[in-house]
Design a protein. Structure first.
Length: 522
């Protein structure tokens, strides 16, 4: 099995041979830290790197292909000596273990606190620590195995460290504890220094303001920074305590946290999609605000919608509600097969948001209205509500539907983006559906989850013509979605919110591209 053993040891003593011998030296990387703070910095950027096999073992390299975590991560905290550094470092060992397990649960982190001076340290680690790492590695070593594991169709029981959908619901802490953890994590780490941002703010602000948002040309760090800039823009001149460096650092930590809990290997439902939806939401809100449209969102409502947008698909396993129901997954049972994914995303998002931005009932309600509206099984219900919006006389009830319209529009706006970006999202979604079909065949006994998933290709520079050559049925799938869901919906959106006329205009351009040019695959 391959993986990394992290060691927090203020004594900086050599790791005992009895510990080293527990692991294959060519397939295990050992990394030592003097304190918890330096470990947290390392783990906060973990997704930016991956491992490759070198002549002397595993080598850490930049994760340019955005590869998914496929190895175990174990942590040993040496209790022989307590660090006297930051407040985070001075926490009792048990609290350190709990905080790290909470913050980095997405890494399936297995933590053991024990004295490395103990003559029996190797035997103690061999009893539970090593077997748990082995079981985790078995369940995450291929993409298809990971998806099976996340949705609860693999042997994940008795491994609370494993980041599955059921364990994610159980891994949350109470709000006061979570808020204290966030305070500690944002007090001693400057998250802006952990990002690799090659351009100045003006470069990213220009991209954010453009409806042709080039999400595929941005790295995950750049996407995160775009999200951060959108929040800073909406809270500018809002509350005084929102203007401090400390609060801005907390906002950055929020984005690091949210990014970590999106599945990086998902072809479509990943952090790139989250920021794309957030940018669309921001574009809609800015367009409305700059117009004379009668219904205006206040600053608090715009902030709540942007936060909901970036969290609307958090923890997505890369499957559909239909898949979760058909295979009787634990998470589908928890939510009674009703908007399973959306209710899961909402629960995860609220668990995080409440710890970062204190108790805010208004934000919670806006998140609930808007995130649940993204369930496509409820699409026709919302279209029907849009027909009755003139009957909504009171602002609170109209606000509820307007929030749903904004996030729902942003979520399915790919078909309204300029065609050069739209085809990339169409290919991504088709790739995700192909993975689901492959997994279904495996669950029916036609193959093994050990086999490779459908290979992904870089989409950053692909042209519409190249996209059609790559997937001849792309036009047919795009036109099906447009005719079944998008055309009527966006026609009504523009009737209700005329300032968003760009949606209808771009949608009809895309219809022309697929139909007039004969590229519908028919």
């Amino acid at each position: 099995m391959s993986g990394e053993i992290l060691v927090v040891d203020p004594t900086q003593s050599p790791l005992p041979d009895s510990v080293i011998r527990l692991f294959d030296p060519l397939r295990t990387r050992f990394t030592t830290f003097p304190d918890i703070t330096s470990l947290c910095i390392y783990l906060s950027t973990y997704a930016s790197y991956t491992f490759t096999k070198g002549p002397e073992g595993l080598e850490r390299i930049p994760n340019v292909d955005e590869a998914e975590l496929d190895h175990f991560v174990g942590l040993i905290i040496n209790t022989d000596k307590h660090s006297d550094g930051s407040e985070l470092d001075r926490l009792p060992f048990a609290q350190q273990q709990k905080l790290l397990s909470y913050r980095f649960h997405h890494l399936n982190l297995v933590v053991e606190c024990l004295p490395l001076s103990d003559a029996q340290v190797g035997a103690r680690l061999h009893e539970h620590f090593v077997p748990t790492l082995h079981r985790i590695h078995v369940l995450i070593r291929t993409r298809l195995l990971r998806v099976q594991t996340w949705v609860g169709l693999a042997d994940y029981d008795q491994i609370p460290q494993l980041n599955t959908m059921p364990t994610m619901l159980q891994a949350s802490v109470d709000i006061p504890t979570g808020m204290e953890y966030i305070r500690l994590l944002s007090s001693d780490i400057r998250y802006i220094e952990l990002l690799k941002i090659p351009h100045d703010d003006a470069y990213y602000k220009k991209k954010i303001a453009d409806w042709e948002f080039h999400a595929f040309e941005l790295t995950n760090d750049e996407l995160l920074y775009c999200g951060y800039l959108m929040i800073l823009h909406v809270i500018k001149d809002y509350k005084a305590d929102f203007q401090t460096p400390e609060f801005h650092n907390r906002v950055l930590l929020f984005f690091f946290y949210v990014r970590d809990y999106y599945r990086q290997g998902n072809p479509f439902h990943n952090f790139r999609h989250a920021i794309d939806v957030m940018q669309a939401t921001n574009y809609f809100l800015e367009t409305i605000m700059e117009s004379a449209y009668e219904f205006q969102f206040d600053t608090h409502e715009r902030l709540a919608l942007l936060l909901a947008a970036v969290g609307h698909d958090i923890g997505h396993p890369g499957t559909t509600n239909a898949f979760l129901a058909a295979y009787k997954t634990p998470i589908a049972k928890i939510f009674n097969n009703e908007s399973t994914l959306e209710k899961f995303h909402l629960a995860q998002y609220l668990n995080i948001m409440k710890c970062f931005f204190v108790k805010d009932d208004r934000c919670v309600e806006i998140a609930r209205w808007s995130i649940l509206a993204t369930d496509m099984a409820q699409h026709d219900v919302y279209v029907g509500e849009m027909d009755r919006i003139a009957e909504y006389k009171e602002r609170p009830e109209k606000l509820k539907l307007m929030c749903a319209i904004i996030l729902k529009s942003a979520d399915i706006s790919n078909v309204c983006r300029p065609i050069g970006e739209g085809v990339k999202w169409g290919l991504s979604l088709g790739h995700e559906f192909a993975e689901i079909a492959q997994l279904e065949r495996i669950l029916k006994g036609e193959g093994s989850a050990e086999q490779s998933a459908v290979p992904q290709v870089s989409l950053a520079k692909i042209t519409p013509d190249e996209a059609v050559q790559m997937e001849p049925k792309l036009g047919a799938s795009q036109m099906f979605f447009i005719n079944r869901f998008a055309l009527d919906f966006f026609t009504k959106v523009v009737q209700i919110i005329p300032p968003l006329s760009c949606l209808s205009r771009e949608l009809h351009k895309n219809i022309d591209f697929w139909q007039v040019t004969g590229r519908t695959g028919n």
